[in-house]
Design a protein around this ligand. Structure first.
Ligand SMILES: [Fe+2]
Length: 215
């Protein structure tokens, strides 16, 4: 059975609001930067890794400060997501996790190796990173891989500013690599989508308890 990871890319460099990059940069600067505990159920980190440093702009802040992104997530991006999926697609109804920003600043941060709980994820890359600069998004082809095995057989996606990708990350462990330069910043908008056969009601209650303290 073919298990190679695949994804769909849309180039939105001319289709986003003027000044969107400035909006994102200003909001990302106020991200919650700290060590985040490993995610229950979904983490594919080694057992001894209990915390991973990174930055997060929570969904409520995105809704308040990046209104255009919140609106695109519910409209145009759903239409694009639909082109990447062969069944009806919908955004999350729960505003706690629909769209957030992940932020890496300097060389100590990365994003946890994990699998997704939702059947379709959209990522809007908000920063550019040249070859060798780090910040790549890495997907294991092997569904059983942990972080130490991901890079052995993987798809590597280098962020390009204004590119929106869609993928099903439920079976392919993935993480983002640290940046190489201490002065570099990586920002990506992460969007959860659901499908008719895998609706929002399938989201694990333990995940919400972990993230928000309640299901
Ligand atoms: Fe993911």
């Amino acid at each position: 059975m073919l298990t190679s990871f695949c994804w769909t890319t849309f180039d939105l460099t001319s289709g986003l609001p003027e000044d969107w990059g400035r909006d994102i940069a200003e909001t990302a600067a106020d991200a919650d930067f700290r060590e985040f505990p490993r995610t229950p159920i979904l983490s594919r980190e080694a057992e001894h890794v209990q915390r991973i440093p990174r930055g997060r702009v929570y969904a409520g802040e995105v809704r308040r400060r990046l209104r255009w992104l919140y609106q695109l997530y519910h409209t145009y991006f759903v239409e694009l997501a639909q082109q990447a999926c062969n069944e009806p697609v919908m955004p999350a109804l729960d505003d706690r996790y629909g769209v957030v920003l992940n932020v890496q600043r300097g060389t100590s941060m990365r994003f946890e190796c994990h699998v997704d709980s939702n059947p379709l994820t959209g990522l809007l890359f908000c920063t550019d990173h040249q070859a060798g600069a780090g910040g790549e998004l890495v997907f294991a082809n092997d569904p059983g891989a942990d972080l130490s095995a991901v890079d052995r057989d993987c798809a590597v996606i280098r962020p390009h500013v204004g590119h929106l990708i869609f993928f099903d990350g439920r079976r392919h462990p993935h993480y983002s690599r640290p940046l190489v330069s201490e002065s570099d910043l990586r920002v990506v908008a992460v969007m959860n989508f659901y499908t008719e056969s895998y609706p929002e009601s399938t989201r694990p209650p333990d995940l919400n308890r972990h993230l928000f303290g309640e299901a």
